[in-house]
Write a protein that binds this ligand. Structure first.
Ligand code: HEM
Length: 381
């Protein structure tokens, strides 16, 4: 059993533990972590809907202390993911509309091309590079810039984790500065390439002229939101194929791959939890959460709630009605869900064709998960 609900994200099999939590109260106090834990789907939805009282950052620390005043802190402080109220509303609609307007068939075709050109590197790194470089391409970066943008983004995302070392945070800040400068050039150049995600976001933000630092930060945020989460989705989909040989024939079609990715996002998702911080007292499922309290929201547990998905522990690529909370819910729900699944399916297709991994041998060699408080991203041995 995992030591606690945070350690569950990187545990080999946290699902029996999540089931035991769901048998307890809808909001349970964890004395060791000193926070409330929501594990059932209905409680998770209630917490994520209470966005007036429950915020995405603690009021006293909108930007983590370790990066305040640095370029990484500047980007972090602008991200819609990390803000409520006006700063959230300023860019969320434009990002959402631009992402909703993507032609997913065209995205899939371009993601296949980008994935094929990704440099040779260990499989566990390729999981990141394929989707990140695909989104950088969609945004409008030139092909020869993609590997560098990918490296900066890998460095930058360290600032989103409380487990990062001071050295990783320094690299994150350098990367944040470089990325902001590159986005500035890209966005200010002669009209951004038609059809790019950048052009779509700019068109949706027509009021935002001259281009604000906060919009630039949110453009970089599209890459950081892609990075760890989509790498985990590709990696966990590969693990599903390792565990269940009967799934392998369906990887021959795009629909088959898409179904495997979507069921993985429900069954063994890459983002296991998120947090909310009470700005004022609020009652959730009959329990009062006091101002200043923290709620740990177990998205991965909610996906396996039998009241939410029948036969939740079975991996079923074809489900009558697949319900998911792994992409969040309510005001802050992920606007990149469809894009993420398309990119993951294209990455998986390329990995299976190009790298032809021996899934049975890899299963025997095994894997572990990268240290994280919320992400489930495999490192293959
Ligand atoms: C498998 C991949 C992904 C997963 C599992 C994922 C999951 C999530 C989750 C759980 C949230 C909400 C967090 C919270 O409420 O606390 C979120 C927010 C967000 N995601 Fe994703 N995401 C993925 C990929 C993407 C991609 C590819 C993009 C865009 C390129 C994206 C853009 C965003 C943005 C902009 C937000 C902030 C929304 C807001 O706060 O209003 N995500 N994501």
């Amino acid at each position: 059993m995992p030591a606690d609900p945070v350690a569950a994200a990187t545990h080999a099999d946290p699902y029996p533990y999540y089931a035991a939590l769901r048998d307890g109260p809808p909001l349970a106090w964890d004395e060791k972590l000193r926070l409330w834990v929501a594990s059932r789907a209905d409680a998770v939805e209630q917490v994520l809907q209470a966005h007036g009282a429950l915020r995405v950052r603690p009021a006293a620390e909108p930007v983590p202390r370790a990066i305040v005043g640095s370029p990484a802190g500047e980007v972090f402080g602008h991200l819609v993911r990390m803000n409520d109220g006006a700063a959230h509303e300023a860019h969320r609609p434009a990002l959402q509309r631009a992402l909703a307007g993507l032609d997913l068939n065209a995205v899939h075709a371009s993601a296949l091309q980008v994935a094929q050109r990704v440099q040779q590197q260990p499989l566990s790194d390729t999981l990141f590079s394929m989707p990140v470089q695909s989104v950088a391409h969609l945004l409008g970066f030139a092909d020869d810039a993609l590997p560098q943008v990918d490296r900066w983004m890998r460095d930058f995302v360290a600032c989103l984790s409380p487990l990062s070392t001071p050295e990783q945070l320094r690299h994150a800040s350098t990367a944040a500065g470089e990325l902001m400068a590159r986005f500035e050039v890209l966005a200010a150049g002669n009209a951004p390439r038609h059809g790019t995600l950048l052009a779509a976001v700019l068109a949706e933000s027509a009021g935002d002229a001259p281009l604000s630092r906060s919009l630039l930060a949110n453009l970089a945020g599209l890459l950081s939101q892609t990075c760890d989460a989509t790498a985990g989705l590709v990696g966990n989909s590969l693990i599903a194929l390792m565990r269940e040989p009967s799934l392998r024939p369906s990887t021959r079609t795009r629909d088959g791959l898409q179904a495997i990715v979507e069921e993985t996002a429900r069954h063994d998702p890459s983002v296991h939890n998120t947090r909310r911080f009470a700005a004022e007292a609020v009652t959730i499922a009959g329990t009062t959460v006091a101002a200043g309290d923290t709620v740990l929201v177990l998205l991965a547990s909610a996906n396996r709630d039998p009241a939410f998905n029948p036969e939740p522990d079975r991996f079923m690529p074809v489900r009558a009605r697949r319900r998911m909370l792994g992409f969040g819910h309510g005001m802050h729900a992920c606007p990149g869900q469809a894009l993420a699944c398309t990119l993951a399916a294209a990455s998986l297709h390329t990995l299976m064709l190009q790298r032809a991994p021996d899934l049975d041998a890899q299963r025997l060699r095994g894997w572990s998960y990268r240290p994280s408080v919320n992400g489930r991203i495999p490192v293959f041995h």
